[in-house]
Design a protein around this ligand. Sequence first.
Ligand code: AVI
Length: 346
Amino acid sequence: MPAAFLSSVTPPFLAGTRPRSAPGSAPGDARTALVWAGSLPPGAERQAILDGLMWPQAQISPKYFYDQRGSELFEAITRLPEYYPTRTERAILDGQGAAIGRAIGRRRVVIEPGAGSCAKALRLCRLVQATHFVGVDISADYLEGAVARLRTALPGLDARAVGGDITAGIALPAGLPQARRLVFYPGSSIGNFDPPQALQLLRGMHTLAAGEEGALLIGVDLRKDAAVLQAAYDDAAGVTAAFNRNVLTHLNRLIGSDFDPAQWRHEAFFDAHHSRVEMHLAARSPQCVRWPGGERRFAACERIHTENSYKYRLPDFMELLAAAGFRQPQAWLDRRGWYALVHART
Ligand code: AVI
């Protein structure tokens, strides 16, 4: 966890993307520590959750969205008509793949934090004729299966699965070539980190990719009309609402709380000042939530902040990349200018 999260002044709004925090656990000796080294031990994790709940503006880290049910709901979100990022990113990669492939070059060592199903990795590894692939994901068993399928689809590829989390440090497999590394971070997950945290994460990716011809390919969701953003995070079918409320069920299991998800309303809005979509859960009525050793009373309409999703202006993101040490950035956008795939060198 980033040290800032452990500060007694800052509420522990834990950055969360799909790869959740866990110590790197794969065999291997080339421990490439990222800047945010260290995940919380179980007791401290519980305390961090409770601190978040007790903060005047209650908070739950978005990393707790992704239990089994939450992961399924997220997959459903990516297929919603209103949720444009996933299909827009795919369209960029499909439609402009040749140019992207030329910029990246061939015979790459691809490292993908949060690789999940490896669906995007398959496309990319084909495109750049990757020699090696390392998928990193907190859900190591799921990842093992996905990497095995990748090996079948691309028999020449040396593909490995690593259980772990980029925000906690990754243990890369022994013998992984240091040259021609490409860190692949699609899906606009970078948007779920506040800019200072995003900068730290990008610096960590720079460290991972460093070496001869090292590079990054990253998906970035761009700032756009508030109505489009609003719909993407508050869809008509209520899938995002279910995804948001599910975090309470997950927390009940984790800390023994008695949240009643039905008593909480999903709220999502674009905060233009911070250039981010915020997701909250608002109490439908006054209520008291209890857990072993504590409780919190919520007034009607009082909120729990569950996620930020930053929407960048491209020049601002380029500045962030430069601050992290990347150079020669090159971006490919969809025709509406809603989303960018950005390539940059270490
Ligand atoms: C994982 N992440 C990039 C998603 C996003 O768009 O910020 C999570 C999400 N939250 C609500 N819908 C999707």
